[in-house]
Design a binder for this molecule. Structure first.
Ligand code: 13P
Length: 255
């Protein structure tokens, strides 16, 4: 895993109101809130925006990071329904996800929009998690790599080498999300190695060697260890299992 610090991120999606969300965050903080002190891994929680501030407050004093599930590019303005990177930071957040397949598929976000969100978040100092991934049809048609390359190149257009230090790529095959169907460790490793190669082409090899690439899609306590043992897998973006403190803490404590 080279010198890259592992990142285990929980994407809570549209689950949890304040009381339950804070209970979950506190349980995670009790279970692994000091894990970063080992120096080899970080934990990030991405609750719904309505409880970002409450969750950030409930894990303050731990090493757990908190982030948003999406973010606008502008600091403020007439953007009904959006939240700005400044607002994320004001709420105690340090990070944001962009390009999640649910945003792409259900809310018609395209690569150009995702590029704007990514660059705006970076400009305002956030750690940005960029999600990419192919659908089942695209995989079956043998188009996985060109799809990943296209998503990466478009999302990363205009991002500087310095900013890349705050970009984490999350490979999430759409067919593995919420389906209980994980990519095999070989499928995941192949995709991750490919992604690292594209990052090396866009920037340079040393940048790619430092870039963290997370796997997402039905990560569970039972499969995290073999996934994390792969050379190019630097962490996990966890959906369903992030809502269960016991499962999430076990995932954070991957071996
Ligand atoms: P699941 O872990 O529920 O498959 O969700 C993955 C995901 O979409 C994380 O962003």
């Amino acid at each position: 895993m080279a010198t890259r610090k592992a990142l285990i991120a929980g994407n809570w999606k549209m689950y949890k109101t304040a009381r339950d969300g804070c209970q979950l965050a506190e349980a995670v903080a009790r279970g692994c809130g000091q894990v970063d002190q080992r120096g080899d891994r970080q934990v990030l929680l991405c609750p719904p925006a309505t409880i970002l501030a409450a969750v950030a407050a409930s894990v303050s004093g731990s090493t757990i990071l908190v982030g948003a599930q999406n973010v606008c590019w502008a600091g403020e303005g007439a953007f009904t329904g959006e939240i700005s990177p400044t607002m994320v930071r004001d709420a105690g957040g340090q990070a944001a996800i962009v390009g999640h397949s649910e945003r792409r598929q259900l809310f018609f976000e395209n690569d150009e929009l995702i590029n704007q969100r990514l660059r705006g978040g970076l400009a305002h100092g956030l750690l940005m998690l960029l999600c990419i991934g192919e659908t089942l049809a695209e995989r079956e048609e043998g188009r996985t790599f060109p799809i990943l390359e296209g998503q990466l190149r478009q999302a990363l257009a205009g991002v500087t080498t310095e900013e890349m230090a705050r970009v984490v790529v999350a490979y999430e095959p759409v067919w593995a999300i919420g389906t209980g169907k994980t990519a095999s460790k070989e499928q995941a490793q192949d995709a991750h190695a490919f992604v690292r190669g594209v990052v090396a082409e866009i920037f340079e090899k040393s940048v790619a060697a430092q870039t963290r690439i997370l796997y997402g899609g039905s990560v569970k306590p039972g499969n995290v260890d073999e996934l994390m043992a792969q050379e190019d897998i630097d962490g996990a973006l966890v959906g369903g299992a992030a809502l269960d403190p016991e499962a999430f803490i076990r995932i954070v404590n991957f071996r």
